[in-house]
Ligand binder design. Structure first.
Ligand SMILES: Nc1ncnc2c1ncn2[C@@H]1O[C@H](COP(=O)(O)OP(=O)(O)OP(=O)(O)O)[C@@H](O)[C@H]1O
Length: 669
């Protein structure tokens, strides 16, 4: 009995040995799903009904916002269908009376039932027209609601602080909330179906009550077991889905690895393909056993529900037989009642399922709402003081920053200044805080302690969109947009329209001319491997495109700005690298400060000032000569790299790169 009527419990899925071998146990990289565990186990008829009004409210508000006329049309057509169902039953009742309760010859009785038959046929036509109208209007509402929810989701994700994106909890919420829009769409359909179910149930129940008051409780008795069965099956399916979600994701991960381009070489050369395929098969087998268990359980539950419903049906027909034989019900009424009971019980069963689906979908719609609320709390604030056209310098004063999930600060009391027209270099070992410093300088992160001033103004008081407007960013993992080569450059400042010839100086500046010349349609060639006819560039060619984009961004602004360059040349060959450093430093102009992060010491020696970071703190600072003379960390790093170059007898970092200060003004012209 407990098997059928006890609580649905979450069973720990049996993990296949393949999963244990590959991942050290079940993959648990998204615990966000388990937030639904409580809601799942509370997925009872009572809780489903309790949350109905607010769920319907949320969905209807979205639909109202999307297209109120379509929503009103759906409501009218659904109410109309309910009324049509009641009129149809009354017409059937009239037919039954004419057939079974009438007097006269058979022909006369047949003639008497014709009006009822015509009425029933007319009602059926009206009903189907209304159903078609409702379907078409709901079909319009569904994609609109999904689009609104998706737009809300994307806009919120794009407008939060970078710190929120780096926060694992928030990231998880972003991942979970992506299911909300599709659920909101499905909720429209479920809402319409539930509304239809409620209205037709009310009308059928009213007709049944008019026919005989004893019939209504009988109808509920017939439908209740089926409703329970549907609910139970849905609960079991949902609980299983949550329990197995990580397993399913692990299988998907293996599938992706076997098809991904980035893994293709090792999959073949290391024979990883056959190995992973074997593990995939073993993991699939354990998932299949869960599917089989669910199917068996579903069959048993539905069988019990059907048996109980059948018993209730037999009791109903028994009651009707008793009522007829004792003269409390006419044969004609009994005929109508049989039809009404069948329609009503099917409707009630469907209604329970719709309510259940509404509840299930609402879990995801609720996550979507939770995400929007939290995103609103973490959004980059709008407004603030305008950034003056001339700022002279950007200054960090004892700035500290610690990532949300870290104990130690990534940057600790760092003080430095970037005067306009200068080239500043930042060096340091891996993890010393260089990239974090760049994110702070660009306004992507805000200092937790200390101040960052653009000119005289604290960045906290400034309009951040204007700060972003003054920053040019060229990082090692810059975006490779899957669009045309021209658009890849133009996206440096997308609001600025550009004809191909406008982009030519940027192409030439970056030394990307030969890259573009190789492309089949020049600047109009699509750079996205996943599309037919598109071209893939090499890592170094992409970096030239990145440099062209940075130039385009710099060239389209005259106000004081900061150019941040983070390891821009890692994929370039030595000659191209020397040229690129030269070009980057050439971007330092009276109205631009260049800050350069790199491990290539040859690229920093001509910087006006060099800062050395160590474990998030400023360890040394000065010009190349000063730092070499000091014989500290910088000198050690430089000498080690110089020795390496000297060993191979080429590209020694001495004298290969011209001093930018002498050339910047002529380049900028
Ligand atoms: N998004 C993040 N969340 C948590 N910790 C981070 C994040 N980004 C960086 N860190 C940590 O902050 C510290 C500084 O990282 P940062 O990326 O600034 O170093 P880096 O000097 O640029 O390193 P590299 O030379 O390897 O690029 C490291 O300990 C790193 O693990």
């Amino acid at each position: 009995m407990k098997r059928f009527f006890g609580r649905v419990r979450m069973a720990e899925p049996k993990i296949s040995d393949a999963e244990r071998e590959l991942f050290g146990g079940p993959l648990r990289y998204d615990r966000g799903w388990s937030q639904h565990e409580h809601a799942t186990l509370d997925l009872t008829m009572r809780s489903a009904l309790r949350s109905m009004p607010s769920l319907i409210g949320v969905t209807l508000r979205m639909a109202w916002h999307a297209d109120r006329r379509a929503l009103i049309a759906v409501a009218i057509s659904e109410v109309g269908q309910g009324i049509a169902a009641a009129v149809g039953l009354l017409a059937v009742n009239a037919v039954m009376h004419a057939l079974l309760g009438g007097t006269g010859t058979a022909t006369e009785r047949l003639h008497a039932l014709l009006p009822g038959l015509f009425a029933a046929a007319a009602v059926a036509v009206v009903n189907s027209a209304l159903a078609a109208w409702s379907t078409s209007r709901a079909g319009r509402l569904e994609p609109l609601v999904e689009r609104i929810a998706t737009t809300q989701y994307l806009a919120a994700a794009a407008s939060v602080e970078l710190e929120a994106i780096d926060d694992p909890d928030f990231r998880r919420l972003i991942d979970i909330a992506q299911y909300g829009p599709a659920s909101a769409r499905r909720m429209i359909g479920a809402c319409v179906a539930a509304l239809n179910g409620v209205i037709s149930l009310i009308t059928t129940a009213s007709v049944l009550t008019v026919l005989h008051p004893a019939l209504l409780p009988m109808l509920i008795l017939i439908a209740a077991p089926r409703g329970w069965g549907a609910m139970r099956v849905a609960q079991e399916r949902y609980v299983s889905r949550i329990g197995w979600i990580e397993h399913v994701r692990a299988s998907r991960l293996i599938g992706n690895l076997l098809t991904e381009r980035t893994a293709a070489q090792e999959v073949r050369i290391h024979a990883v393909g056959a190995f992973l395929l074997g593990r995939y098969r073993r993991m699939a087998e354990s998932a299949e056993s869960e599917q089989e268990r669910l199917a068996t359980s579903k069959a048993l539950t539905e069988w019990v529900a059907a048996a109980l419903s059948g018993l209730a049906m037999a009791a109903t027909y028994g009651t009707m037989f008793w009522l007829i034989t004792h003269g409390h019900m006419s044969l004609a009424v009994a005929g109508t009642a049989v039809i009404a009971v069948r329609t009503g019980s099917a409707g009630l069963g469907a209604l329970v399922m719709n309510v259940n689906q509404l509840h299930e979908e609402s879990l995801y719609v609720r996550d979507h709402g939770r995400f929007l609320t939290q995103a609103a709390e973490r959004v980059i604030p709008e407004g603030g003081a305008p950034v003056p056209e001339r700022i002279e310098q950007v200054v960090l004063d004892r700035v500290t920053y610690r990532y949300p999930d870290r104990d130690t600060p990534a940057l600790n009391e760092v003080t430095l200044s970037l005067p306009m027209g200068s080239v500043t270099a930042v060096v340091g070992e891996n993890g010393s805080g260089k990239s974090t410093l760049m994110k702070l300088l660009s306004g992507l992160l805000l200092p937790q302690e200390g101040t960052l001033r653009w000119g005289g103004a604290d960045i906290e008081d400034l309009d951040r969109s204007q700060v972003f407007d003054r920053v040019c960013l060229l990082t090692q993992d810059f975006q490779r947009w899957p669009v045309t080569a021209a658009m890849n450059i133009r996206l440096g400042r997308p609001a600025h329209s550009a004809a191909p010839h406008d982009l030519q100086p940027s192409v030439e500046y970056a030394g990307a001319g030969p890259v573009i010349a190789k492309l089949p349609d020049g600047l109009q060639s699509l750079l996205a491997r996943m599309f037919r006819g598109a071209i893939e560039l090499s890592g170094g060619e992409w970096q030239k495109m990145g440099l062209a984009r940075t130039h385009w961004r710099s060239a389209t602004s005259r106000a004081d700005s900061v150019l941040i360059v983070d390891e821009p040349t890692s994929a370039l060959d030595p000659e191209a690298e020397i040229e690129a450093f030269d070009r980057i430093r050439g971007l330092a102009a009276p109205h631009r400060a260049v800050i350069l992060v790199t491990h290539r010491m040859s690229g920093v020696r001509h910087a006006d000032r060099i800062y050395v970071l160590h474990h998030g703190r400023l360890a040394e600072q000065g010009s190349h000569d000063e730092l070499m003379a000091a014989g500290g960390r910088y000198a050690a790093m430089f000498t080690a790299q110089a020795a390496q170059y000297a060993q191979y007898g080429q590209y020694a970092p001495t004298g290969s790169i011209p001093n930018p200060a002498a050339r910047s003004s002529e380049r900028q012209g």
